[in-house]
Design a protein around this ligand. Structure first.
Ligand code: GLC
Length: 629
């Protein structure tokens, strides 16, 4: 596409248009007189960072601005994967692009590939450098080759920006350790434990089993340092404007490698204030919006994903509120939907799902969700206690039931999950395990129990059928497409054995992929179904996130129903979470206009759906995608 103005002129326009907001956000965070020269530094930095952006990407930025919200399209289907677990390294990954395209993937989220400490490193979330590539994945050149190839193939790339903390081997941490006061102020460091103790009074613990508390004493530095996650992950001090300026530079260097979506890791934790839990603070939102506005000015083709695994009403705030509405992150993980789906699988009921989803505050129109069922982390049970009570359940006992159900404490449960970070002080715990192991495939295969196996396959298709249709970007967790089970090999590795999230970070089973022609295999059934559903999604614009989601109450507590509407098309998704056949009254479906031209077609089975005595039947765990007309 040709543009009459130069990309620099467009940059100047973007800067002029957004300067007021940038200035306001900056001064809100850094109001002191002495800090005003930092704003001047930012003004010098922005054009410099823009200049460093490769021309090819500058052109792409302009094209994206013209073509609208690419990230809301029905064509978007992502996969999250560990490069080393998928196919050795970046080159190996590139050689598998045909496999990904064949499945229908056009967005890759690669788990961290940046340099990290050799021992424990939280799967790369302890960062030694924000750009560049750790040796085991290849070279920076390999990454550039990959991003170029992805662009050629119309594919998108998402990488993490671990914005909240660096590793204790990062240059700044090393300098702080060596006694450099300037870099000690890049982190929250203290000469004695008075301040840490005062902070601890209100701070929760993220990893209570393996890294209790939020501070670590560093004997070399002879100071305490804030370490909210692991003791080798030092929290950055954003109340220091130097840190913001340096991290903005790191962000842009990373994005300039050809990254389309920046996964803003652990962003809820960015601002700390004594006496609070130091999560979701208003200043954190201001800071994120400031980062975002600078990114918009420099590289408007790149966008942010909020990794805020927090309460539903808090998550939507990461899209921006009031004067910064739509000016924070364009995408957020739909962690609420994910956790609720697992609740529905265990309870076979959709009450909490319905109640919670119909009470989620509206997202801004230009923002969207990442919908997913599993990722590399645990499943937290962050439901709203009020809704649990309204259903008539006791929140504490209900959570205990879910942990029992998924973590092998109930004989009759099909799930083989593991209990993660159980905190005896609070009774809280989380769940790890691969999707199919949690759904019963592992147990079914071990017992050669055909019913269990079939149910697990149906449940997997049900869950993926929901995230593919819900509105937003569906993100398949690498390996799920072939029903990969738990991987227990982490128990043999010293640096991993204490973190059982590794049970759901499997190596891609290429032997299984080679066997997918065997249609009888449960894994092939999953692959074929997911592949087919993706293809259907891409064919109908009603799947694009046009803020066209309507959740329906069916009157049957086992069934979840939602509709995607547009002027031309309508799609009604019906999901039976029960192990028995269930029926719904067809009258309300007729009223929506689904039976006007005879029986509607279920796109999943490619068959018309018959009505018997005004009832529509769903098999155990059946997914229906009914098309209007
Ligand atoms: C995010 C990541 C998680 C990591 C944490 C700390 O939550 O998803 O894997 O442990 O951030 O960086």
């Amino acid at each position: 596409m040709g543009h009459k103005k130069s990309s620099k002129q467009f940059f100047d326009l973007r800067l002029a248009a957004n300067l007021g907001l940038v200035q306001r956000l900056f001064h809100q965070l850094y109001p002191k007189e002495t800090e005003s020269n930092h704003f001047q530094k930012l003004m010098v930095l922005l054009p410099k960072l823009f200049q460093s952006r490769p021309d090819e990407l500058k052109i792409q930025d302009l094209n994206r601005l013209e073509s609208g919200n690419w990230y809301q399209s029905e064509k978007m289907v992502g996969m999250q994967l560990y490069v080393e677990h998928f196919n050795k390294d970046l080159k190996g990954l590139q050689s598998k692009i045909p496999y990904l395209k064949d499945l229908g993937i056009n967005l890759l989220h690669l788990m961290p590939i940046t340099p990290r400490p050799t021992g424990e490193n939280d799967g790369g979330y302890a960062v030694n450098k924000y750009h560049g590539v750790a040796k085991q994945y290849g070279s920076s050149k390999d990454l550039l080759n990959l991003t170029q190839e992805l662009r050629k193939q119309d594919m998108f790339l998402m990488l993490d920006f671990v914005v909240n903390h660096t590793s204790d081997e990062f240059t700044w941490a090393k300098k702080a350790r060596a006694g450099d006061k300037k870099y000690q102020d890049y982190y929250y460091t203290y000469a004695d434990d008075t301040v840490p103790k005062a902070f601890e009074k209100s701070l929760p613990e993220v990893f209570p089993e393996t890294s209790p508390g939020n501070f670590t004493y560093d004997p070399e530095m002879k100071r305490w340092v804030m370490t909210v996650f692991n003791n080798y992950q030092w929290d950055l001090n954003y109340s220091n404007p130097e840190v913001f300026l340096e991290m903005l530079t790191n962000l842009i260097k990373m994005v300039n490698q050809g990254v389309d979506i920046v996964r803003f890791d652990a962003l809820a934790f960015l601002w700390k204030k004594m006496g609070t839990i130091s999560q979701n603070l208003p200043e954190a939102h201001t800071l994120i919006s400031l980062f975002r506005m600078c990114l918009q000015i420099i590289a408007p083709g790149a966008i942010f994903l909020a990794e805020a695994i927090v309460a539903p009403k808090e998550i939507v705030k990461y899209f921006g509120q009031e004067s910064t509405k739509g000016n924070e992150c364009e995408i957020a993980y739909n962690a609420s939907l994910m956790a609720l789906l697992w609740n529905s699988i265990a309870t076979k009921k959709t009450l909490l799902l319905y109640k919670s989803l119909t009470n989620v505050p509206q997202k801004p129109n230009d923002c969207t969700w990442i919908n997913y069922i599993r990722c590399h982390d645990d499943i937290g049970l962050g439901y709203d206690d009020g809704f649990i009570r309204e259903i008539g359940w006791n929140p504490q006992l209900h959570r205990k039931f879910l942990l029992d159900y998924y973590c092998q404490r109930l004989d009759w449960s099909p799930a083989t999950g593991l209990l993660f970070m159980y905190n005896p002080k609070t009774g809280d715990g989380r769940i790890t395990g691969s999707a199919t192991s949690l759904l019963g495939l592992e147990k079914g295969l071990a017992k050669k129990d055909k019913v269990l196996i079939q149910e697990a396959v149906s449940k997997m298709i049900l869950l993926y059928g929901i995230v593919l249709a819900y509105g937003g970007i569906p993100l398949i967790y690498g390996g799920d497409e072939i029903g990969t089970l738990n991987d227990y090999s982490f128990l043999e590795e010293t640096d991993k054995k204490d973190d059982n999230r590794w049970v759901n970070r499997p190596k891609q089973n290429w032997d299984m992929v080679a066997n997918l022609n065997d249609k009888k295999l449960p894994q092939s059934q999953i692959f074929n179904a997911v592949q087919k559903l993706i293809a259907i999604r891409k064919k109908h614009s009603v799947f694009a996130d046009d803020n066209n989601l309507v959740i329906h109450h069916t009157g049957n507590d086992h069934i979840f129903a939602f509709e995607r509407t547009s002027e031309r098309e309508g799609l009604l998704v019906l999901c039976n979470f029960d192990e028995k056949e269930q029926v719904v009254q067809s009258r309300w479906i007729s009223k929506l206009g689904y039976f006007t031209k005879g029986e509607p077609k279920n796109l999943v089975s490619n068959k018309k759906v018959p009505l018997k005595s005004g009832l529509l039947r769903l098999d155990p765990y059946q997914l229906m995608w009914l098309m209007k007309g």
